[in-house]
Design a protein around this ligand. Structure first.
Ligand code: GLY
Length: 345
């Protein structure tokens, strides 16, 4: 098992290993100090697979457990489900001595975190990510949110968890396409910060060393969160491929998944901003069954990218690779964005 310590407005451990769910109760006892009530929030895909294991691990350690299960999918990450979670916590009389536990992927983690941040003005919460994307990105660093009809993640808070527990066994039940999707974020860390990680991915493809690679990604994210918890500087680099990627997702009515869109976004910014790495990056993305091109026009992508919340006044901060392992934040006037995208198509 690997243990990565995150130091931000709250300090906490990210545990990564096999079979950790069975130990959930003992791990929580050491983090929360004594038993309490735990509300497990999960979705209709994950709860049938892992809900009972998590529940038994907690009750065996003396916790009392209630659970709330919502329909799986991004369309559930909305104000209605969020309010339903809050009502559930209130009806079950959770207090600030209790805790909420997110069991699932990014949707579950983001929404549970936002409920924890706001219920009783903040109660403790634990992330138990069960997707690759959630393990390497969304469960770490305290970004919590729900979507609005106007866009993804438009309402949220920075609110750090008390523990993140990544049981690698949960990756075994992920559909191949969902695993590949998470790989886009893993490849992103290599392009951003780590040539060695990128080379390992290039060499091993989908057979990469899961524990070592996930731990490395978490370590890289931990470093950037420690430097810029509230996303005003260095943390923005984690948006590599995301501004244009969000445009691709929106244009496709979300039939193109987040990871696929980020892969396309990374390919476009590389072709336009750092052609020297373009072929090498595309080769790795293709090894992970990720797309590198899109049918949408520069004009359509530009229009969607402009409604992205990373826009600030008349500029968009694009993250441009300079070489594998090093990228820069480049404030780009919005009027130059369309031609930049055109160059990358
Ligand atoms: N998902 C990007 C971040 O946590 O900043």
């Amino acid at each position: 098992m690997k243990n990565i310590k995150v130091t931000a407005s709250k300090s906490y451990d990210v545990l990564i290993g096999v079979g950790l769910l069975n130990n959930l109760g003992q791990q929580l006892l050491s983090v929360l100090n004594k038993t309490c009530k735990i509300a497990i929030i999960s979705d209709s895909n994950v709860w049938p697979l892992y809900g009972k294991i998590a529940e038994s691990a907690l009750t065996n350690a003396g916790f009392s457990v209630v659970n709330f299960v919502f329909p799986a999918g991004e369309s559930s990450k909305n104000a209605d489900t969020y309010i339903n979670i809050l009502n559930f916590l209130a009806e079950n009389h959770l207090t600030r001595s209790d805790a909420v536990l997110a069991l699932g992927g990014g949707v579950t983690g983001d929404m549970t975190g936002f409920a924890a941040a706001t219920f009783l003005r903040g109660i403790r919460y634990i992330q138990v990510p069960t997707s690759l994307l959630a393990m390497v990105d969304s469960s770490v660093g305290g970004k919590t949110a729900i979507d609005l009809p106007a866009g993804k993640n438009l309402v949220g808070a920075f609110y750090q968890p008390n523990l993140v527990l990544c049981d690698l066994d949960t990756l075994n039940t992920l559909p191949d396409s969902v695993f590949s999707d998470g790989c886009a974020e893993v490849i992103k860390y290599g392009v951003l910060y780590d040539r060695e990680l990128f080379d390992h991915l290039s060499d091993k493809g989908l057979g990469f060393d899961r524990e070592a690679v996930i731990a490395r990604c978490v370590e890289l994210k931990r470093n950037v969160v420690a430097e810029d918890e509230f996303d005003t500087g260095a943390r923005q680099k984690l948006n590599l491929g995301h501004t244009i990627g969000h445009g691709v997702e929106a244009q496709s009515d979300f039939s193109i998944t987040h990871g696929q869109a980020v892969a396309i976004g990374m390919a476009i910014v590389s072709k336009a901003g750092c052609p020297a790495i373009y072929a090498e990056l595309c080769a790795v993305l293709e090894k992970f069954i990720l797309p590198t091109t899109t049918v949408f026009s520069a004009k359509d992508l530009y229009t969607s990218a402009l409604s992205d919340k990373k826009r600030s006044g008349g500029t968009v901060n694009l993250i441009i690779p300079r070489e594998i392992g090093h990228c820069e934040i480049v404030p780009t006037p919005v009027e130059k964005l369309e031609s930049f995208i055109e160059e990358g198509l």
